[in-house]
Ligand binder design. Structure first.
Ligand code: MG
Length: 393
């Protein structure tokens, strides 16, 4: 039976949440969702954009706000001295925020490997994590999922593909699942062959057909590295074999991913592409509530198409599959190498196909450490970054 909406609203509104990365793209959309549903925001953490942090503090009255940059934290403290919000600073401030207070769920949309330790801090404090930080599962997914199990908390995916799979899986026992289908827009260079990619510029790579995102992830979409990372995340999040995750190119970005079951039924989740659905589902799970999304008009969409990814051109996708099969620190190496190579590409220092080759070389030539600790993983990321810089000189 459908629950009366106001009862659900009251329950959801009473659950405080903490938002890490509140000034970024996913963070800002999270604040929109929080405002719509009257969620109590207990803590926020943002980057140097203190103007926006001040606005968020005045609108949501959080108990804590953490800013990693010490100088920015000082300025913010002065700007909001007339409020009751406590300003925390530095790495420790962010880690404290991730674990502090009454929040049952911490939404983590911090960009990059800096997001890993806050995820663990939240899990260790017994909080669910709504995860929009890819690096958490790509670099240290096995450790993170194990700690989540040990602490009895959930890792709720905010990425559109994993959120779709999570919705399709809802309530089905794992042994009935035969395949996960990750859909992929194909990025800015869909249909192009390697030869045509040699001279593409960062500006061309940044023209993503359907989603508006930051520069780094848009390049990752163009190279299909992002889909490779999502494959690794899916393996760890849903505990499936790498060969049971199939990537399907779907340029319309309407089917956000699918799950195949043992009876060959396939469940798909469709909607207009809008991250606010994933954010809301992670924050209100297992409830469904009205959202800020436009309704999906399939008659306007007209047709949905699906095809195989070109793994001969986009070699980082099969590389990701190999890396997750190998396990250990291999996926951390992939992450670090790609980070450094994308930065060089965005700076115009290497070409787009050099990016593929450099990442592949570093991943192939680095020995993976089995059963790594968090320190091993962080070392592997750093060493991979250094190796890329040496190779590109
Ligand atoms: Mg995605």
């Amino acid at each position: 039976m459908v629950k009366p909406m106001n009862e659900t609203n009251d329950r959801i509104g009473a659950l405080p949440v903490t938002v890490l990365g509140s000034t970024g793209s996913v963070g800002r959309q999270t604040m929109d969702v929080a405002a719509m549903h009257g969620l109590r925001v207990e803590g926020i953490a943002g980057s140097k954009n203190i103007t926006l942090l001040e606005e968020q503090i005045r609108q949501f009255h959080p108990r804590f706000c953490a800013v990693e940059n010490e100088a920015a934290a000082k300025d913010l403290k002065i700007a909001v001295s007339d409020t009751d919000t406590q300003i925390l600073s530095g790495r420790e401030g962010v880690l404290y925020l991730a674990s502090a207070g009454e929040s049952k769920t911490v939404l983590n949309s911090i960009v990059g490997t800096a997001g890993l330790m806050p995820t663990l801090a939240a899990i260790r404090a017994g909080k669910n994590v709504a995860l929009a930080n890819k690096e958490t599962l790509v670099t240290a997914g096995e450790i993170v999922m194990r700690e989540a199990r040990e602490n009895g908390v959930s890792v709720l995916p905010v990425d559109s593909e994993h959120c779709a799979i999570f919705q399709c899986l809802n309530g089905e026992p794992k042994n009935r699942v035969s395949k996960l289908y990750l859909t992929c827009s194909g990025g800015a260079f869909r249909g192009k062959k390697r030869k045509e990619l040699e001279n593409v510029t960062a500006r061309e790579a940044l023209a993503h057909p359907t989603w508006k995102m930051g520069a780094k992830i848009t390049v990752d979409c163009a190279s299909l590295m992002n889909k490779g990372f999502e494959l690794i995340e899916a393996v760890r999040l849903f505990d499936v074999a790498p060969d049971d995750v199939e990537v399907v190119v779907h340029p319309e970005s309407i089917v956000h991913s699918m799950v195949g079951f043992c009876d060959n039924a396939v469940m798909a989740q469709l909607s207009v592409p809008d991250m606010r659905l994933c954010i809301q589902y992670a924050l209100t799970y297992p409830d469904r509530m009205p959202s800020l999304l436009e309704p999906l008009d399939l008659k306007k969409v007209g047709r949905l198409t699906f095809s195989e990814p070109d793994e001969e051109t986009f070699t980082l996708l099969p590389l990701a599959r190999r890396a997750v099969k190998e396990g250990g620190t291999k996926t951390a190496v992939l992450n670090g190498a790609n980070d450094a190579a994308v930065a060089l590409f965005l700076d115009g220092k290497i070409g787009f196909t050099d990016l593929f080759d450099i990442v592949e070389t570093v991943v192939n030539e680095t020995v993976s450490k089995e059963n790594p600790t968090i320190d091993d993983i962080e070392d592997a990321v750093c060493m991979a970054r250094d190796a890329v810089c040496k190779l590109s000189r």
